[in-house]
Design a protein around this ligand. Sequence first.
Ligand SMILES: Cc1cc2nc3c(=O)[nH]c(=O)nc-3n(C[C@H](O)[C@H](O)[C@H](O)COP(=O)(O)OP(=O)(O)OC[C@H]3O[C@@H](n4cnc5c(N)ncnc54)[C@H](O)[C@@H]3O)c2cc1C
Length: 385
Amino acid sequence: MMLSAQDTEVESSVADWARLAESALTGLDDADFRTRWRALAALGTLGDAPSPRRDEVPRPGPVTGAVAAVEGIGLAGTEAGLCYAMASQRFGIQFPLRAVLPERTWRDLGDVEGGEVLLCHALTEEGGGSDPLSMTTRAERQADGTYLLTGRKSFVTAAPVADVALVFARTASERSPFALSPFLVDLRAQGVERDGPFPKTALVEAPMGSLEFTGVRLPADRLVGEEGSGLALLTVTTAWERALLLSYALGPMRRVLARTVEWCRSRRHFGRRMGSSHLVAARVSDMALALHRSRELVYRIAARLDGGARPRQLSADAALTKISVAEDYLRFAQQAAMLGGVRSFIEESGLTADLLTPMAASTYAGPNDLLRVTVARELGLPVEN
Ligand SMILES: Cc1cc2nc3c(=O)[nH]c(=O)nc-3n(C[C@H](O)[C@H](O)[C@H](O)COP(=O)(O)OP(=O)(O)OC[C@H]3O[C@@H](n4cnc5c(N)ncnc54)[C@H](O)[C@@H]3O)c2cc1C
């Protein structure tokens, strides 16, 4: 396969991150989520340094570099839940917030890049997942300019372990595009309670939980941007997520493809090697195709962001990228599970298949069904959610 100079740089960068991640996590198999998070963050995976390459080697842009870092830690065999949580913070919170927050406010949050301060994105409520305007969490402005935050956010990745949450709350009662506002909430503040982590069946290593706010007092400078700008910021955070969150799947997909090829080459039945069946070969090719398409889409949109494209302008392409990669990831996992036979369903077999983690990708960062509606609307169909 011919690789362009840009592909070669990215490939080298992914390999470097993989090597570094593997060594950083050595001896930490039984460590908790935050310890493993810190070990990876200490390498610079969450920072601006886009690549651990030597200086004389041209580096990919910061967004492409961040995707390569996420792919690399996955390629090292890091658990999918940790890769997902890191990608979620990096793309769904860090990049969008850095673009809107004054430098001083960002620095006041503490050492996010170094992994000492962990962020979470608190939007979903029990009663309203896909429909943010149905949220009931509210932030009421007080006479002294502070806000009082009341409500409950559910199904939030990293909520049980995070330090600061980006919380979307209602600052006006009507169902209008300007009714929501974003706040940075210190999760150690009085009036904040957490539930979780609760056991889940996908991305099992990423702790998920709820946040309960009972009259939490927020200084005025905790408001991100202007009052009423919540939906606008949400458009940006979700565009980033839809474009790049699934970069976390690329490393695990590469590992599964490699082990499936090895399995098909070594497994013998019907007096020959399994990989000599054309049907088996076609399934392996389909897996390679799904991985190829996913990498191309994710790195292409990363390169556009590096090139200065604004996330808001990319929202339709980000939705198409998310749908495509999520669906390819699921088909890929199904092919691998088929080829692994019974071993796909045996723990510790070396071929265990995880079908629920790829399935979950059809739900987070906007359910694929609703994203399809958005794409069709942008194409001119008179269709509403
Ligand atoms: C692994 C994981 C991590 C997550 N992390 C976070 C997080 O960090 N922060 C956070 O705030 N949330 C998080 N979520 C929650 C996620 O954002 C919501 O699950 C998502 O917004 C969908 O909401 P819902 O699950 O309530 O689905 P619902 O809104 O109940 O929709 C369920 C399904 O109904 C169908 N449907 C509903 N309405 C329509 C319609 N109008 N048109 C077509 N189809 C429709 C779709 O098939 C949709 O998938 C996470 C979810 C998962 C799975």
